[in-house]
Design a protein around this ligand. Structure first.
Ligand code: SAM
Length: 225
């Protein structure tokens, strides 16, 4: 850890306390008043300041979304932590992320699972995320530029899929690329309208159950369809 990284240790600790408090406050929606220790540990480890633009570094550990390049955002830490927790990631899991953005969510997952595949539709963001993830030693994350609506069939099936941009409907290819018992954590809804965070789970017989976790506000899942 560099001296610059050291300077962020205290703000990161405060971010963790803010996440824990927000999780308790939203327990009536989410049904959980605490996150798993593994997820908290990952959030306490990943250097969020490395994933935000230099001019945002001084506020990197605020529990808020922040602007990144290309008019996109790095999600609120609470939401990253909650979506990660909802996936219930296991050490041997292979996870797909749709919407790499800054690479931060992928780094958090990288701490918790065997392999992360992440797709970003904006090529410049995919390139930047790939670079920072490599610089920071996240060797088990593979990023590619493309439309994540179609998933990543070459690496399917996945133990879990997390989508960090909101489609209006659930993309069928993503459900098809889940292993039995796998979870899809996804915001769904209109661009400027109501969106909710959903968890879909597929059982051994292919039956899909879903539950709504809480109202959210995400950038739209874009692409030509
Ligand atoms: N997970 C990101 C992070 O940790 O920084 C936050 C991502 S941001 C809220 C959503 C991202 O999804 C944007 O970078 C956007 O370009 C990307 N995106 C939107 N539509 C997409 C699509 N069809 N396929 C892949 N990425 C997409």
């Amino acid at each position: 850890m560099s001296q610059e990284d050291d300077a962020f240790a205290e703000p990161r600790r405060e971010m963790i306390e803010a996440i824990k408090a927000s999780v308790r406050d939203s327990a009536s929606y989410t049904g959980r008043d605490r996150l798993s220790d593994r997820v908290i540990e990952a959030m306490a480890t990943v250097p969020r300041h490395a994933f935000v633009p230099p001019e945002q570094r001084h506020v990197a550990y605020r529990n808020t979304p922040l602007p990144i390049d290309a008019g996109q955002t790095i999600s609120q830490p609470l939401i990253v932590a909650l979506m990660t927790d909802l996936l219930e990631p296991q050490p041997d899991d292979i996870i797909l992320e749709v919407g790499t953005g800054s690479g931060y969510q992928a780094a958090v997952l990288s701490e918790l699972v065997k392999q992360v595949y992440s797709i970003e539709i904006i090529e410049s963001l995919a390139g930047q995320a790939r670079k920072v993830l490599a610089e920071r030693g996240y060797a088990n994350v593979t990023v590619r530029a493309g439309d994540g609506y179609a998933g990543w069939p070459e690496h399917a099936p996945f133990d879990g899929i997390v989508v960090t941009a909101a489609p209006e409907e659930i993309p069928p290819p993503l459900l098809q690329q889940l292993k039995p018992g796998g979870k899809l954590v996804i915001p769904v809804g209109e661009e400027h309208g109501y969106q909710e965070l959903l968890v879909l789970e597929i059982d051994g017989d292919g039956a899909v159950s879903h539950r709504s976790v809480l109202p959210v506000r995400f950038v739209p899942l874009t692409g030509d369809r």
